[in-house]
Write a protein that binds this ligand. Sequence first.
Ligand code: NAD
Length: 476
Amino acid sequence: MSDQHAELKLFVDGAWQAGEGRDTGPVFNPATGAAIAEVPLATAADLDAALSAADRGFRRWRDTDVETRAGILRKAAALMRERVDAIATLLTREQGKVIAEARAEVIGSAGVFDWYAEEAKRAYGRVLVRPAGQRSIVLRQPVGPVAALSPWNFPVYLLAKKLGPALAAGCSVIAKPPEETPGCTSAFFRCLLDAGLPADVCQLVFGVPDQVSRHLLASDVIRKVSFTGSVPVGKHLMRLAADGVKRITLELGGHAPVLVFADCDLEKTLDMVVPQKFRNAGQVCVSPTRFHVEEPIYEAFLKGFAERAKALPVGDGSDPASRMGPLANRRRPEAIEALVNDATAKGARALAGGERGEGGYFFQPTLLADVPLEADIMTNEPFGPVAVTRSFRTEDEALEQANRLPYGLAAFAFTENGRRTNRLGDAIEAGMVGINTFAISVPDAPFGGVKVSGFGSEGGSEGFDSYCVVKAVHQA
Ligand code: NAD
């Protein structure tokens, strides 16, 4: 058992709590498969205590002046930057990503808090045109206590993207980060407490996910749910939210197409797409995944991609020489192996990787060419280090492929043709389109999907608004 993890606890109603008959769950280091800690799982009594604290905390926080709220968020961001090494080390040990990516995740989270600290001050309403002496005003107010359910692929950043806008807007929060990565999210959470966040404004619980979400969503206290994760779980939570008519934001993953046109700068494109594909071992909801490449450059694209993929140093994320770490949990290599085997059995060519790695939860950086549309991987999100490729002849054919699936989160294209850029931006069915760029997850822009990828946005003023309700006040 690691000393770094000796203190894993829940934070409920102003106190860190563990033991006392609570069940625990194991935490693993994905680079070795070794158990490194035990995380306490919340009981029904813990969740009830969290709900009543959140109810109280909401009234206090809603009425706290915006400068104080913003100041606490800014201070928490500063603490994250100060503690980046400690938080990133925990993140890599629990999740597997390489240490440089873990550091970038923590720094990015601080950026989200800073941005929302400023946005909180711009929660302006409207004054409507009325006869002299009369007033009608539209107010934006915090929606109420929030259940924030975040996943294991970016455990710190995706928690920050829920807590930043919710706290900025004046909501209280019960956060349930993933049980796979409790140490880094607890260390992140401590930044908020040490920055002066009142103890009842934010609760941190771990537990059996379905028990926690059912308990929280059944309570009248919770007014809004924000979930990032898989489509089936999102649908399940939407049903639970419907009973209490709770607002819900769902970010449910995708299967991002990448349209590579013959007029792109091929070497530059390859230098961008290959590291991006294998970032976080492909466990990114907006990971570039279905590569549709224009016929004249298809073979050159495959050759350049395979060379780069084979040369990528894979290893324990804590080794600074590693460029890709293991997958985050035991389920992922199993799922990816099944998808790759299905594709090759149906005629796809594996030009790089295709197999699990040694020890831990590793899977090799993999390139599959000529993948038939009937292969499961052309429809099901791989969420791993696999690029699937096909060639196309016309722009219309490429667009048809891009829009073929029920997903609509992110899409990318590489082209030097300006008119085409406009056409693609208009026609691709996705919440985010990156043309000659992957920089689509930034604090000031909305991030979210269409179709089964979910609805609502995290990021930008849209992300702030998702934690607000509007009220019209009329005076005669
Ligand atoms: P899963 O469907 O079991 O769980 C997905 C996430 O939801 C996990 O974080 C899990 O803890 C949580 N969860 C599960 N049941 C829940 C419930 N009833 N209430 C609340 N939370 C619940 O899948 P998994 O094996 O953990 O991940 C595999 C798939 O999940 C991936 O293929 C990917 O599609 C999706 N995923 C997406 C994202 C994203 O960023 N959109 C992140 C993580 C996972």
